[in-house]
Design a protein around this ligand. Sequence first.
Ligand SMILES: C[S@@+](CC[C@H](N)C(=O)[O-])C[C@H]1O[C@@H](n2cnc3c(N)ncnc32)[C@H](O)[C@@H]1O
Length: 329
Amino acid sequence: MVDRWMGTNQWRTHAAPGHPTRTARTRSKPPRAARLYAVSTPKPLDPPAGTVTPGPWESGSRSGSVGRRDADQQESVQANRSWWDGEADEYYLAHGGFLGDADFVWGPEGLREADARLLGDVSGARALEIGAGAAQCSRWLAGRDARVVASDLSLAMLRQGRELNAGVSDPRLRVPLLQCDGLALPFGAECFDVVFTAYGVVPFVADSAGVMTEASRVLRRGGRLVFSTTHPLRWAMPDDPGEGGLRVTQSYFDRTPYVEQDATGRATYVEHHRTIGDRVREIAAAGLRVLDVVEPEWPEWNTQTWGGWSPLRGQLVPGTAIFVAEKPA
Ligand SMILES: C[S@@+](CC[C@H](N)C(=O)[O-])C[C@H]1O[C@@H](n2cnc3c(N)ncnc32)[C@H](O)[C@@H]1O
């Protein structure tokens, strides 16, 4: 029997108290029912023949299963587009208060760009956010006079962004929203000073090296790529925010993706892993130079649990890695 937390869908919503000084905006729409991954009488499912390598397949519902198997770029993008489309309302309700509608938070630790300054001086900069979600980070940049475009694969996430745009009083914060895959940016070469994402795109694609190459292509010389993602160390541990999440239960070196699939074997959610070394090599192979790898420490003020991220774990092991890279002049 595989542990309930064996999976690495860390975005699964757990009761998140939110930032101590903020609350999520009240929405006019009622929230979608929470996604159900387990049923009261779980039934082990046989993974579809020929597609699954031996691995820890969790007992699932009649309609799906969870485990490790290969998932190529196309399958990953299709699965994740529909997953984020389905999750957009829930995600905003759970985390919108913590993220702020026009704020820039790099991850569940609560590190803000206002304090970290990883993008450098953004005033007047041409900036592209990939995997922007509801474009909170872009709105923060727009408030600092950057010329920013917020892009995402998921139309529903961008619709959240459109609602937030409509609600802001400062017209500068109504950022342009664009639907596109982070691997196929509809822009010419060298037209941005900054490309960035907070937890977007990178963990959800099979070809993360391609994301680095595409970002490098649209960056001008001297421009910056900065992205945050789950710290690779977390891959080796269960996503349990409690004591159970402090164990190493699988290989850090196993790059086999985490896949949730329906009864027909069609992936409904995919997450990919790279080691720290892999990430550095992918950045370098794209012609970029790594300037820093930031591992935010869990601050005392932050008492929230967000999926697998919690104060307990955060005070002992890193949960987020932020890669800061530059295209040589
Ligand atoms: C964890 S959310 C992060 C959203 C936002 N950056 C934030 O901080 O709240 C991940 C986002 O990545 C987007 N995403 C996943 N795969 C993508 C891809 N291939 N291209 C562009 N966006 C993608 C999802 O649609 C989702 O909005």
